[in-house]
Design a protein around this ligand. Structure first.
Ligand SMILES: Cc1ncc(C[n+]2csc(CCOP(=O)(O)OP(=O)(O)O)c2C)c(N)n1
Ligand SMILES: [Mg+2]
Length: 651
């Protein structure tokens, strides 16, 4: 590129550009180099433990970033400046997948450490938008560095540039705005300094965190600038544990003391805050039953006397029975998705009230709650102390214990059905639950599996259950296994993948092989969408378009034989070991082989598309066509209208 007007050939000492105070030192670097050096010098601290904020960079290069961030990364690897820390590079296969991997990494590290993701301009960047949405919805920190069109606009339109006749101040990267918690475009080198600092603050703020996007025009990335050396100093971001305001704590305590049938709902915030011991202490002291959400499962061990399992649309009959009666719901670290509330039906007591402990006021305020804006650990600690001497009625406690025991028997039945000719997937989950170690990691995101797992999985530690169910994004599972394994190499990482999800995004298997990551992929082949098939049936749409079938000449419909796709051969082609299991006994043997193997293994098992799934005790609002010529739809619509009557606002 041509030299920018302020570019001087060599000025590594003592310049005072950009308003620097006299005598301060600067170093001349490109924007890409400065950003890499800055990122490598960022640390987080919580509870006195410091760690690098960025464990590395996932990337895919194109013309947008090869000369900027790409050059900076190679320089960082092969010829780092004195004192410059390394920012390890990981070569992903798909940009959406690399964001998923970064999310899984950050989640496994309880949001104290993450990865950056660099992509080229245009499609490389927009491929990351889905990952950004997932990160922001799930409240997980990731730094996204999409490349952008020339700030100078000289050669416009460049390859892959969006053109808008109304304004030149737009690019495809504007699509990141609604799905990022912080978004900026670095049109001049100087802008990097305030922008990078703001980005770090958002990434490390438990209330604000999510996807943070810094758009980097391809010319600016490669442009030289004199940077104050202070910009690159080691910087520690203290991850806060806000404590409850005394008055808010008093209100919450009074509400809990006067409740007859309180139920605590533990969300992901309890896990990220590492508040399991405090949650158990709260339950031990008060006898209040504890239900969990998809992100919160494992916050309390399944066999804790107060644990009643998942609540909501895919919850246990135990948690849902208690939810139906509860006069007070204590939500800790939850954002109350429609699965948790069963679309505003599961908390059915007319007089139900809410106390919410959440680091984010937005979540704490939900359902007209008494708000306790605080870190989950600090909030639980303070509540336990303030409630000293208080305990729920023993009869209520005994009822919760009895309901949990009844559900345990249902779970045993689902784990050991002896279903045939093909096994039920719940039997695969039962085998995994019995075979996996307490601190091994189980990953899943979409399909019929999350619901079954929410109802049935017996989590023995806060590490074990890694369900991405905020975005429930098909394709998360394989890249997430990579991210989780990078974050926890000492643990077994098992990812459950449906055949639909597998076809959507198998590509990171190649990266898993290249990085020598030992993960176990459990591939459930049922030739279609068990999940959406069942949903389709329930809304009167007859499983339309949910099986992978050949188009037939006579009907011109997708109702022929199964598509002859060989997933076993496909998985093997990535260079992994693949074991085919036909029965649960074979699956157990395959798991033992995979666990003992030094490298990644895929276990392929055919399961019954029709279930059976765990018994359901709650509803999920999916609107049914109000007008139809199909009797199946008309019947479903009548049932829908009836169910809808139980739906309410909690005011
Ligand atoms: C990216 C994305 N596209 C579409 C969906 C909607 N969806 C949810 S589950 C599902 C089917 C999943 O199929 P499979 O992985 O085979 O799991 P199964 O339902 O058979 O258990 C679809 C299409 C989604 N969650 N994510
Ligand atoms: Mg399937």
């Amino acid at each position: 590129m041509s030299a920018a007007p302020d570019e001087r050939p060599s000025d590594r000492t003592g310049g005072q550009p950009g308003g620097q105070p006299p005598g301060s030192s600067t170093e001349r670097l490109t924007v890409g180099q400065a950003l890499v050096r800055f990122l490598a010098a960022q640390y987080t601290e919580r509870d006195g433990v410091e760690q690098a904020l960025f464990a590395g960079v996932f990337g895919i290069f194109g013309h947008g970033n090869v000369a900027g961030i790409g050059q900076a990364l190679v320089q960082n690897e092969v010829d780092p400046a004195p004192g410059e820390d390394r920012l390890k590079y990981f070569h992903a296969r798909n940009e959406q997948a690399m964001v998923h991997a970064a999310v899984a990494f950050a989640r496994t590290r309880n949001r104290l450490q993450t990865m950056a993701c660099t992509a080229s301009i245009g499609p490389g960047s927009t491929n990351m938008v889905t990952g950004a949405a997932l990160a922001t919805i799930d409240r997980i920190p990731v730094l996204l560095l999409p490349s952008d069109i020339f700030a100078t606009r000289f050669p416009d339109p460049v390859l892959q540039q969006l053109e808008d006749p109304r304004t030149l101040d737009v690019s495809v990267n504007d699509a990141f705005k609604p799905v990022s918690r912080f978004w900026d475009r670095i049109n001049r080198p100087e802008q990097l300094i305030p922008s990078a600092l703001a980005a770090m603050r958002v990434l490390t703020d438990p209330a604000e965190t999510g996807a943070v996007t810094l758009c980097l025009p391809q010319d600016v990335q490669a442009e030289g600038h004199d940077w104050p050396l202070e910009f690159f100093r080691r910087r520690v971001w203290h991850v806060a544990r806000p404590v409850p305001e005394p008055a808010a704590l008093a209100r919450a305590t009074a509400a809990i003391r006067s409740a007859k049938r309180p139920l605590l709902v533990a969300g992901g915030g309890v896990v990220y805050s590492e508040a399991s011991a405090e949650l158990a202490a709260f339950a031990d002291a008060t006898g209040i039953p504890v239900a969990d959400t998809q992100a919160g499962k494992g916050a309390i061990a399944f066999d804790h006397p107060s644990a009643v399992g998942g609540v909501g649309a895919t919850g246990t009959a135990a948690a849902n029975a208690l939810a139906a009666e509860a006069d007070l719901v204590i939500g800790v670290g939850t954002r109350y998705t429609d699965f948790t509330t069963a679309s505003h039906t599961v908390f059915a007591n007319r007089d139900v009230a809410f106390v919410n402990v959440n680091v984010l006021a937005f979540d704490a305020a939900k359902h007209a709650a008494d708000m306790v804006v605080a870190d989950a650990r600090e909030g639980l600690r303070a509540l336990t102390e303030a409630l000293a001497g208080h305990r729920v009625d023993p009869a209520y406690e005994a009822r919760a214990t009895r309901l949990a025991a009844e559900w345990a028997a249902v779970t045993d039945g689902c784990y050991h059905r002896g279903h045939g000719p093909l096994p039920a997937q719940t039997e695969v989950f039962g085998a995994l639950n019995e075979l996996m170690g307490s601190e091994d990691i189980l990953i899943n995101a979409a399909g019929s599996m999350p619901g079954d797992l929410q109802a049935l999985w017996r989590a023995r530690s806060p590490y074990q259950y890694h369900l991405e169910y905020g975005y429930s994004c098909m394709g998360y599972e394989i890249p997430a296994a990579m991210g989780a394994k990078l974050a926890a190499p000492e643990r077994e990482v098992v990812t459950i993948v449906g055949d639909g999800t597998y076809q959507m995004m198998p590509a990171e298997l190649a990266t898993i092989v290249a990085e020598n990551l030992k993960v176990i992929v459990v591939l459930l082949q049922n030739h279609g969408y068990a999940s959406i098939g069942a949903l389709s049936e329930s809304v009167g749409s007859q499983r339309f378009g949910t099986r992978y079938r050949m188009r037939t000449d006579d009907t011109d419909l997708l109702d022929g034989p199964p598509v002859p796709l060989d997933l076993v051969a496909n998985a093997r082609s990535f260079g992994l070991d693949v074991i085919e299991a036909a029965t649960i006994e074979e699956f157990r043997a395959a798991y033992a082989t995979a666990a003992a193997a030094p490298r990644a293994t895929v276990i392929h098992i055919e399961t019954d598309l029709q279930g059976p799934n765990p018994p359901s005790s709650a509803w999920w609002d999916v609107p049914v066509a109000a007008e139809s010529r199909l009797p199946s739809t008309r019947t479903a619509h009548e049932a829908y209208l009836e169910a809808k009557q139980n739906q309410r606002h909690y005011l």
